[in-house]
Design a protein around this ligand. Structure first.
Ligand SMILES: Nc1ncnc2c1ncn2[C@@H]1O[C@H](COP(=O)(O)OP(=O)(O)OP(=O)(O)O)[C@@H](O)[C@H]1O
Ligand SMILES: O=P(O)(O)OC[C@H]1O[C@H](OP(=O)(O)OP(=O)(O)O)[C@H](O)[C@@H]1O
Ligand SMILES: [Mg+2]
Length: 283
């Protein structure tokens, strides 16, 4: 039986994120220098290192069975692949941006404008929805500088922190969409069962990364209130303590909610509140 083929970004900001995720999910491989191929240890899986923006089309064509890439790039490629899992990293938005002092007020004002972008397909769809037609200047990078170079009146580019926009004195005029890093799959993978296992394994890591395990002791009279603060993924585990008036609770809490939850638990009388990081899980 042929190996399952997974496409992973060879360089750029998603390369390390993807490699780390796969390793944490027990899919370990070693990349020799600039090699474009690696076998996974103890699983019928092989990794091909590809350009992030080529992964959607190569997955749709069946050259790879699965791939890690940006959902923005899948939208731009306009290909038919299955989105199997959001990976909880690489969040960004695609925005129409104009100079701080631009006269462009509405999407209709983009009619006849020159727009520089690496996302011509998504941009054309957006313009069509707003009844506008623009002259597209398609580039593969450094898009923000195109207005000062005099080739564009507006740009459509990815924004994460907004620092590139600020540095180029641009502002967001409209948001086209929000995107993140995802695991995609061809409709007929070489090994469906292994593909499902890869999804389950990555899912375990993605969930583990977004939750912490919280443990605390609480007076029984306050248990119902505490459960409202920390309802858990399914429901909290409650154990008896030697003192019959108290119990011990173990519960999963979203990482970003841990500190406020700890504070609220303390206020209602919880003690010995501990946060533990979860490395992996199956729920
Ligand atoms: N601030 C950001 N800027 C651009 N892309 C981002 C950002 N944050 C997350 N991403 C995601 O990363 C993808 C780009 O990944 P890629 O591997 O091409 O990295 P890169 O660092 O932009 O590489 P390159 O140097 O070739 O531009 C985007 O399509 C998007 O899904
Ligand atoms: O909102 P920010 O946090 O500033 O991030 C957004 C910037 O980062 C990306 O560029 P990248 O670093 O990939 O350079 P590139 O233009 O060469 O692709 C993207 O194209 C924006 O320019
Ligand atoms: Mg880039």
């Amino acid at each position: 039986m042929e190996n399952l083929r997974i496409g992973v970004p060879s360089k750029g900001r998603l390369a390390e994120l993807a490699t780390e995720l796969l390793k944490d999910a027990g899919l370990s491989f070693r990349r020799q220098d600039r090699s474009l191929f690696a076998l996974v240890k103890d699983a019928p899986v092989e990794i091909t290192f590809l350009r992030t923006d080529d992964i959607p089309v190569l997955c749709a064509e069946g050259a790879i069975d699965m791939g890690i890439t940006g959902s923005d790039l899948v939208a731009e490629a306009g290909v038919d692949v299955i989105e199997r899992l959001a990976l909880g990293v690489g969040g960004c938005r695609l925005a129409v941006c104009v100079p701080d002092d631009s006269k462009i007020q509405s999407a209709a004002d983009l009619n006849g404008a020159r727009i520089a972008t690496s996302f011509p397909h998504v941009t054309e769809t957006y313009l069509a929805e707003h009844g506008a037609k623009a002259h597209m200047v398609t580039l593969s990078g450094s898009v923000e500088v195109m207005i000062s170079l005099g080739v564009a009146d507006a740009i459509v580019d990815l924004v994460e922190t907004g620092s590139t926009l600020a540095a180029n004195r641009l502002r967001i005029f409209d948001e086209i969409g929000r995107y993140e890093t995802i695991l995609i799959q061809n409709k007929e993978p070489r090994q469906q069962e292994m593909a499902d296992r890869v999804v389950r394994r990555l899912e375990g890591v993605v969930i583990a990364r977004s939750y912490s395990l919280l443990e605390y002791n609480i007076p029984r009279t306050k248990l119902a209130e505490a459960e409202k603060i920390t309802p858990g993924f399914n429901s909290p585990t409650v154990n008896a303590l030697e003192d019959p008036g108290w119990c011990a609770v173990r519960v999963m809490v979203r990482r970003k909610e841990v500190i406020p939850a700890m504070e609220r638990l303390e206020v209602i009388g919880a003690s010995a509140i501990l946060e533990t990081q979860i490395a992996n899980c199956r729920l």
